[in-house]
Ligand binder design. Structure first.
Ligand code: DGY
Length: 323
């Protein structure tokens, strides 16, 4: 029997690439370079399944290519804002993602950034490497306490709740959040979490604001000059969600003018380019979209894609269908 033809846009951990080779007539992107829109169009015409990842853009101009053979975009990643879902539906393309398995590692990175910005970790590292450290003194690089502070989460789904759990049980932080729906009774009690009435209320009350909402029209530049102005001057912003949620220019201004104390960013508008202004600032910790970047998590994400492909080719219900 001929094997289905599957196209993988970027390198995956070796163990999952091996399984792909065994199960499918697979084409891997051996050089791991980012592919072009024309290459994606060609893949849609040539393969039964295409497996993109969060940095591969599939807007309507790519999806409406003629003579498509592909019927499923099995995305490697939980976020799918890089795929035009309405256009995918219009072209009867199934889309799946990889939820759950990256929850803890992404929350770990959010907590890492919170600690880095609160305790000036990146700045201290740069100081030591530059051989500019003159030694301990009582007023050197004073920073903000994390333990006991108030963490405000915007978006309180899987990752937001995992972050809250680490912050509350590990650092005794008070948890407030805004989310369209309320958390379960169990989560609310376990975290002593308070649901705020609005994003604005979270921004006004929190010492640390961590973003965990999906990207989309409703959340584009949710954090902008007006909303940043609501935050305390001592507060810090953490973004491990999507770059588009934050207006980079406004955040840079707020950091430069000390309207807020600091920020920790893992995601950016127009990745991998980032707004140059951030590079000159000491009060922002910058990571290169590391949220899910552990070997275990990336392997588990690959396994999720494999499970979605297997279900699709067997004609079974798809575990993680989003369109
Ligand atoms: C995702 O899966 O959407 C993450 O951003 C990858 O780290």
């Amino acid at each position: 029997m001929t094997k289905p033809k599957v196209f993988i846009t970027r390198r995956w951990p070796a163990s999952v690439e091996e399984k792909l080779r065994q199960r499918y007539d697979v084409t891997l992107n051996e050089t791991d370079r980012p592919l072009t829109a024309d290459e994606f169009r060609a893949a849609l015409q040539e393969y039964d399944a295409v497996c993109p990842t969060v940095c591969d853009s599939f807007p309507t101009e790519v999806l409406n290519v003629d003579n498509k053979r592909c019927k499923i975009l099995a995305n490697f990643g939980v976020g799918f804002n890089h795929i035009d879902i309405a256009a995918a539906k219009h072209h009867q393309l199934i889309v799946t993602n990889t939820p759950d398995v990256l929850t803890q590692s992404t929350a770990d990175i959010a907590m890492t950034l919170l600690l880095m910005t609160a305790r000036r970790g990146a700045e201290g590292d740069r100081l030591v490497r530059a051989k500019k450290w003159d030694g301990w003194c009582p007023t050197h690089m004073l920073s903000a306490n994390v333990t006991g502070a108030t963490l405000g989460l915007i978006g309180f789904g899987r990752i937001g709740q995992a972050m809250a759990r680490k912050a509350h049980h590990g650092f005794d932080m008070k948890i407030i959040y805004f989310n369209p729906s309320a958390a379960s009774e169990y989560v609310t009690q376990d975290l002593h979490a308070t649901r705020c009435n609005s994003v604005e209320e979270v921004l006004q009350r929190a010492d640390f604001v961590s973003l965990h909402c999906p990207a989309g029209e409703k959340t584009k530049h949710l954090i902008n000059a007006n909303t940043l102005a609501l935050m305390k001057p001592s507060a810090h912003l953490i973004n491990t969600a999507r770059g588009d949620v934050v207006d980079s220019v406004a955040l840079c201004e707020a950091l430069k003018n000390k309207h807020i104390a600091g920020a920790g960013l893992d995601v950016y508008e127009n990745e991998p380019d980032l707004y140059e202004g951030f590079l000159a600032l000491d009060n922002v910790a910058l990571l290169p979209h590391l949220g899910s970047a552990t070997l275990e998590t990336r392997t588990a994400m690959g396994e999720k894609v494999l499970a979605n492909l297997a279900a699709y080719f067997a004609g079974n219900p798809l575990p993680d269908r989003v369109a």
